[in-house]
Design a protein around this ligand. Sequence first.
Ligand SMILES: NC(=O)C1=CN([C@@H]2O[C@H](COP(=O)(O)OP(=O)(O)OC[C@H]3O[C@@H](n4cnc5c(N)ncnc54)[C@H](OP(=O)(O)O)[C@@H]3O)[C@@H](O)[C@H]2O)C=CC1
Ligand SMILES: O=C(CO)COP(=O)(O)O
Length: 317
Amino acid sequence: MIGVMGAGAFGTALAVSLARLGEVVALWAHDADHVAEMNAARENAKRLPGVALADNIRPTADIPDAGPLILAVPMQRLRGVLETHADALKGRLLIAACKGIDLATHLGPVETIAQVIPGAQPAILTGPSFAADIARGLPTALTLACGDAVLGERLQQALTTPNIRIYRTTDTHGAELGGALKNVIAIAAGAAIGKGMGDSARAALMTRGFAEIRRLAQARGAQPETLMGLSGFGDLVLTCTSDLSRNYRFGLALGRGEAFDSDTTVEGVATARAVTEWAGELGIDMPICSAVAALCAGKFSVAEALQSLLSRPLKEE
Ligand SMILES: NC(=O)C1=CN([C@@H]2O[C@H](COP(=O)(O)OP(=O)(O)OC[C@H]3O[C@@H](n4cnc5c(N)ncnc54)[C@H](OP(=O)(O)O)[C@@H]3O)[C@@H](O)[C@H]2O)C=CC1
Ligand SMILES: O=C(CO)COP(=O)(O)O
């Protein structure tokens, strides 16, 4: 049995894909009414409408007491979920599927699990993948990062499905920071396109944004090759170029001066703030992330954010 905690779009899509392996997948939601709705309709109409839940997917309000658990809640909720359910989670194999940096602690998902849950065996599943694509059975490649190489290999086998090919690494810092920071750069890319600045400006933001991601991640001990892989470069490309990305669409709305649905999960907003604070403490230069944080906080207009980037002193690449 595999458990997925968090019945949002991504948790549900992973459950749908894992169920194709034939084993029982428990899909835990914190809201009992939502569980009842999913059981009655055999669909998660609230978060992933139009996708049937196979018979071996079990929506539940009870955390399964055996087997690995995938944590697919928004990053800013992860610590609270872990603290609330610490007794049920202690010593368990916990695989984060969230992308972000915790505002209160400046920790990523793997570090948060390790700090909150005694004896947990933490890992992260990350990389370029939209819930809608995974649920439809479209081909996807992800990175599974686990500090324990033997466990990582076991998880790689267990979580590979007919449409999810998994690569593994022991570099959890690289995997979690690449996935978190690409969302911030996607907001910048969306804002540039929304403001009509063009594809050349987007390419510049993606490239210089990637330089910021590498600077911060390597200061944390991440390996350069992890950042060049699916969880870093791969996810940056997907998220900065697809209208399916919520972070990119949020940026588009900022650029166009349009409203954006406040119930939509946009991980890059809190992460931009967290990373700007954190980079400041470490003395690392993160101008695009800082401009996005200021933009999201309403301190800058898109034009002012661009001006702040273009007026920086000239330097070597
Ligand atoms: N969607 C995607 O394509 C991808 C998403 N991800 C990552 O997965 C993570 C989750 O995103 P996604 O599923 O898309 O988000 P959604 O907005 O679709 O769903 C979030 C889910 O988390 C639940 N939730 C919120 N707060 C809590 C809480 N305190 N306790 C328990 N459950 C809670 C929500 O419940 P409720 O409905 O009651 O609010 C909802 O089911 C994010 O970090 C995202 O970056 C990664 C790759 C792809
Ligand atoms: O992480 C994702 C793609 O890999 C999903 O991106 P959004 O959260 O921007 O929709």
